[in-house]
Design a protein around this ligand. Structure first.
Ligand code: OMD
Ligand code: FE2
Length: 455
């Protein structure tokens, strides 16, 4: 790998093939990449002296002794070891970025909630100051649970870097374009794509096209992975080859800079004199990744009935309980509806898991009105929900010819833990006070006859 180019101030390898435009394909692969020829040691991790005078450093994403099929770590060869990017820390306040447990006694989380998109303002907001926590679940101190955030970004982070020791971040853009300049390479991200930023990975976020808005699932627990497909077999849903990890990229830049660390729900800042994005080469399987949601291949009912939405799981973050996720990331995208003699939209239900949904674009079949792009809804643990009256009537009385659900992309962060609204979600965000009225006009159709009353 000898071809380097300058991208966004970072020296970046072109990668194994120009086809991948600076990304390497695969999910959970053991990758190797170097931005300077010969920077990666051959055959060992810790040579006596690394090429170019680099320092070798391991980033451990799992316990040393995690089972080998789950063990994740990356070896970095960098200009300075990370300990040089870390001086004395001061605490800073980022009051809109909250962590679990965050139970506000004045806020009622029991309910069905829906929000309009959190609007942009004139305020200059970065990835850190523009993060707005909507719900939290579990306990960050125990590494269980999650938080759901909205981000509003109008400004790049300048000479400012960040990592979360608390969590892995799943980023779901809805508007605008961001560039994540990470220790391990550059990820460009636009709506209909997602990115996973592993716990401990240091990065800076640039605004490429703004303003930018999107959703973040902050996963305190075990990493997201691909769900087992069971009898579906080896293909469909999210395919491994469609995930993309950036090639190595580094900065050799002296400038007064800050590094902010999220640790145990609190934010700490340290000041350094250079860019910490100085990894020239790396190899390993603990790395950021992006994925285009348009490559998700949905599998569904081809004759009758409506399967559980787990059929649309893109990624799952396991909890200690088998089959009961800390978080499932579920995608409702364009697809054909063909089921015969079937109520095709989501059924009415109560769920032991709690369901937070976001709309990326278009119209969601269970809620033709009110659940708009950029908006969110929460159907908390064991709280009944289902299609609104308009969706129910249309699906019950409509023609059941094959029909394409087009122009639609919504998602769900589904967690085994109840979600608590933040004060921001309950009082500042545009909560729709009348959301529950969408079920108000559901009529009693029972009239003692087998047909029921469909007047
Ligand atoms: O509540 C929702 O809209 C999400 C959902 C979708 C679906 O197809 C079946 C069940 C379910 O919870
Ligand atoms: Fe649901």
């Amino acid at each position: 790998m000898t071809d380097q180019s300058r991208v966004s101030g970072l020296t970046r390898a072109v990668g194994i093939s120009a086809l991948h435009e600076g990304y390497m394909p695969g999910f959970g692969n053991d990758f190797e990449t170097e931005a300077l020829p010969g920077a990666l040691p051959e055959g060992r991790n810790s040579p006596q002296r690394c090429a170019y005078g680099l320092y070798g450093e391991q980033l451990s994403g799992t316990a040393f002794t995690a089972p080998s099929h789950q063990n994740e770590r990356t070896w970095c060869y960098r200009i300075r070891p990370s300990v040089k990017h870390s001086a004395r820390y001061e605490k800073i306040a980022l009051p809109y970025w909250q962590s679990a447990p965050n139970v506000d006694p004045d806020v009622i989380s029991l309910g069905q909630y829906r929000w309009d998109p959190v609007p942009h303002s004139d305020a200059p907001l970065t990835w850190l100051t523009g993060m707005r926590t909507m719900t939290t679940a579990g306990d960050v101190h125990m590494q269980v649970g999650m938080a759901a955030h909205i981000y509003l970004v109008t400004q790049s982070m300048q000479d400012a870097y960040f990592y979360s020791a608390d969590s892995e971040l799943l980023v779901v853009p809805q508007e605008g374009r961001l560039r994540f300049c990470t220790e391990l390479g550059v990820i460009d991200l636009a709506p209909q794509e997602i990115a996973l930023l592993p716990r401990g990975l240091l990065y800076r976020v640039e605004l490429v096209e703004g303003p930018a808005r999107g959703f973040v699932c902050e996963n305190y627990g075990q990493k997201f992975t691909l769900p087992g497909r069971g009898p579906i077999g080896a293909n469909c849903m999210a395919n491994r080859r469609d995930f993309k990890t950036p090639v190595a990229a580094f900065e050799d830049r002296d400038a007064a800079s800050t590094v902010t660390v999220k640790w145990q729900g609190q934010f700490h800042v340290t000041r350094i004199g250079h860019s910490p994005l100085d990894v020239v080469a790396w190899h390993g399987n603990y790395a950021p990744v992006k994925y285009d949601l348009r490559s998700y291949c949905p599998v569904g009912a081809v004759l009758f009935d409506h399967p559980d939405p787990s059929i649309f799981t893109v990624l799952t973050a396991p909890s200690g309980v088998e089959g009961t996720a800390n978080i499932d990331f579920v995608l409702f995208r364009e697809r054909w509806m063909v089921a015969e003699n079937t109520f095709r939209p989501p059924w009415y239900h109560k769920n032991v898991m709690s369901e937070l949904m976001g709309n990326i674009y278009g119209q969601y079949d269970a809620k033709p009105q009110g659940f708009v792009p950029g908006g969110m809804s929460l159907h908390n643990m064991m709280l009944p929900h289902g299609p609104d009256n308009a969706a129910f009537e249309k699906a019950s009385l409509g023609d059941l010819a094959p029909h394409k659900l087009d122009h639609t992309m919504s998602f769900m962060f589904e967690t085994r833990f109840p979600q608590h609204l933040t004060r921001f979600a309950a009082t500042e965000a545009p909560l729709q006070d009348d959301y529950i009225d969408c079920w108000e006009s559901l009529k009693k159709r029972f009239d003692g006859t087998p047909e029921g009353n469909w007047e």
